[in-house]
Design a protein around this ligand. Structure first.
Ligand code: FAD
Length: 394
């Protein structure tokens, strides 16, 4: 069994690490300052400028196929990159990326949605969640009815990341209620529409404990032409699951970098903070927190890389991805809590970024499948015999 990285993976990982250290981390004080002043910490223009800088070195479209100008990298390398990006709380992502389901676009949609999204000229958002349907996404009520060559969409979406800034939305609506309700019709009855902002949907910012809030979207008789159906009528649920499934190893990958950085801060703090005549690093209580955190980061790293490796092998990786997502969410939150504890009162202040990470990492246990939903998936796979306790190696 070979756990080593290829020369190319090492080079890519090291380049991103250096880029984050030299270009992203120096922005942190200003990002914090702005956020504390109630402003957006990192603007779209700043993000774009940095993305173009990375592009000059060839870092563009990590998972985007080469035929679309991307790097077309494997999932393991993508996870390594994401972990490096996670070392800073500046919300920076490499450019050249489009939602995986946009690659189902037909020729016309390709020109209008896919290519401009990859180029960074247009922004998308993904909208399935509703006030009455989150984990239970099959319960969505937003509807679309056909009138001539158009579809008329009515309903409300909520917690839509980037919903206030998006130029268009991939919105999921019920087009056949009977098919949706019939047993085993998980991929029937729901359709995905590409709706430009000028079709008239409205967005409203939702204030959250995080720094960049999602939006609620209102659709009132929003008319979308037939040609704006992504995929096929009734295929929407499958597309939605494909979109959500894509990120299951990438979200906890980012948490690897964040928790590594946090534990490095805790090590530094524990060596310099003196109580009762000794650095707190000398206390077993502190050492155990550091030790447990290091073990858990290591376990998370291998869960994530193993899930990514399964994606690359083309085998069913859903169990491994759910495990990585669940463990990442739970452990990142335990670790940031310990790191805050090691910093004492200072950890609780807004002078240090620990409380910011504390709030941000909390989201990992909720979006793209809550802890409970990951556990549900993992247990169901075991009970139905789709996966073994022994894992992939059996
Ligand atoms: C910041 C943020 C960004 C988001 N971005 C997007 C986005 O871009 N697009 C989008 O469509 N959605 C987005 N979401 C929505 C997110 O995916 C949902 O919040 C999530 O799926 C949970 O749904 P819910 O909030 O309705 O909670 P609910 O489904 O109401 O769940 C409430 C609680 O019950 C638990 N629960 C539910 N069902 C079960 C069960 N069967 N067994 C045990 N426990 C259960 C849940 O785990 C949770 O703890 C975002 C959410 C947030 C907070």
């Amino acid at each position: 069994m070979d756990f080593s990285l290829s020369d190319e993976q090492r080079e890519i990982r090291d380049w991103v690490r250096t880029f984050v250290r030299k270009e992203v981390m120096p922005l942190e004080p200003e990002v914090l300052r702005r956020e504390r002043a109630g402003q957006r910490g990192f603007t779209a223009e700043e993000s774009r400028a940095l993305q173009l800088k990375a592009k000059e070195a060839g870092f563009w479209g990590v998972l985007t196929p080469q035929e679309y100008g991307g790097m077309g990298l494997d999932a393991v390398t993508a996870a390594l990159i994401e972990a490096e990006l996670g070392r800073s709380f500046v919300p920076f992502y490499l450019g050249g990326k489009a939602d995986n389901i946009l690659f189902h676009a037909n020729a016309k949609q390709r020109e209008r949605y896919l290519l401009p999204t990859i180029a960074g000229d247009r922004k998308s958002c993904f909208a399935i969640t509703e006030p009455g349907a989150g984990s239970d996404a099959r319960n969505i009520r937003t509807s679309a009815r056909k009138e001539g060559t158009e579809w008329v969409i009515n309903g409300e979406k909520t917690f839509i990341t980037g919903g206030n800034e998006a130029d268009f939305v991939m919105v999921f609506a019920v087009t056949d209620k009977a098919a949706l309700n019939s047993v085993g019709a998980a991929d029937g009855g729901v359709t995905c529409f590409l709706a430009d902002r000028d079709t008239g949907w409205k967005s409203e910012y939702i204030d959250t404990m995080g720094e960049w809030g999602p939006a609620s979207l209102i659709f009132e008789d929003v008319r979308v032409p037939e040609e704006n159906i992504l995929g096929e009528v009734g295929q929407g649920f499958r597309l939605a699951m494909q979109w959500i499934g894509q990120g299951r190893y990438l979200l906890p990958a980012r948490a690897i970098g964040a928790t590594e950085r946090l534990v490095e801060m805790a090590i530094e703090q524990s060596k310099t903070r003196v109580t009762f005549g000794q650095p707190i690093a000398e206390r077993q209580a502190i050492q155990w927190m550091l030790a447990d955190s290091a073990v858990e980061i290591e376990a998370l790293r291998w869960l994530v890389l193993h899930a990514a490796w399964q994606v690359d092998q083309g085998v069913d990786s859903r169990q491994a991805q759910s495990m990585a997502k669940l463990y990442g969410g739970v452990k990142a939150n335990e670790i940031v809590d310990r790191v805050l504890q090691i910093h004492g009162g200072m950890g609780y202040t807004r002078e240090l970024p620990v409380e910011r990470w504390y709030r941000e990492l909390r989201l990992l246990r909720i979006y793209e499948g809550t802890d409970e939903i990951q556990r549900r998936t993992i247990a169901r796979n075991l009970l139905k015999g789709h996966a073994k306790v022994g894992g992939y190696l059996g």
